[in-house]
Design a protein around this ligand. Structure first.
Ligand SMILES: [Zn+2]
Length: 262
């Protein structure tokens, strides 16, 4: 099965279930009491672009009888009402993938008003209770700085994964960088301290097949949060090649950016 095909994604879901993992949305995960040995997997999807790809992924998950979480941005690359409506109708959680600080060029008051406006728009489709920052690597602004002045809990938001998930007991895997060990190239999508611990424990995976193998060998921790970018997951060969080229260029730019920042 080709890497980043929906077929291998489905194989990952099946491997998780066979290894005894129960699927939860971010909202369920944040609001449940979960035993230390209870196996739980959360599939979080950041819809950065190509929202129609997300519909296909949501459909695969629905057919596997599970619920996932989809975070949509406020820009036209991501915000597509028919796609949001369809994914919500399949029973998945919808959340806001916010970048209001970049859009408002660092003006906190403006950014908060913008945040509230888009939260309300998304709440027409789903009673949104979790949000997640879009970590635009080339932006000067860190979206999370909004919460130095304002408090999202007052908007009935119960979870922002960067703040409210305990990575001491939740293993985190992201496809940022178009592989599962891209924390090496990511500017903002990484977990401080714990990442080094996971590396020491040998919990480093490059391909989806390696994760599936680790599941078969019962080597994955009991609580796992996956982040994917559905734009790169497709059963279409040429769509995957286009994504591969654009991601390779992006990695080169990101590396240069990290060097420049040092
Ligand atoms: Zn994003």
């Amino acid at each position: 099965m080709p890497e980043f095909s929906l077929d291998i994604y489905r194989a990952l879901l099946i491997a998780l279930r066979s290894a005894g993992y129960q699927f939860m949305t971010v909202e369920q995960y944040a609001s449940s009491q979960i035993g230390e040995n209870q196996r739980v997997a959360v599939m979080r999807h950041d819809v950065d672009k190509l929202p129609r790809n997300s519909v296909l992924m949501a459909d695969v998950e629905h057919r596997e009888g599970m619920r996932a979480t989809y975070y949509f941005r406020c820009v036209s690359d991501s915000y597509d009402e028919p796609s949001i409506r369809k994914i919500a109708s399949l029973g998945h959680e919808i959340g806001y993938h916010y970048e209001d600080m970049s859009i408002s060029d660092g003006n906190v008051e403006e950014a908060y008003a913008h945040f509230c406006h888009w939260l309300e728009k998304l709440r027409a489709f789903y009673s949104v209770r979790t949000i997640c920052m879009h970590g635009a690597p080339t932006s000067r602004w860190d979206g999370r700085d909004l919460w130095k002045t304002f408090d999202y809990h007052q908007l009935d938001i119960i979870c922002e994964p960067y703040f409210d998930i305990d990575y001491g007991s939740t293993f985190y895997l992201t496809d940022t960088g178009r592989c599962w060990d891209g924390f090496k190239v990511s500017v903002r999508d990484k977990i401080p301290t714990y990442q080094d611990q996971w590396v020491r424990q040998g919990l480093v995976f490059h391909t989806t097949a390696e994760i599936i193998r680790a599941l078969e060998q019962q080597k994955l921790p009991s609580h796992v949060l996956f982040t994917t970018h559905p734009q790169r997951w497709s059963n279409d060969f040429w769509a995957r090649q286009v994504e591969l080229v654009s991601q390779t260029l992006k990695n080169v730019i990101k590396r240069a950016f990290i060097v420049l920042k040092k």
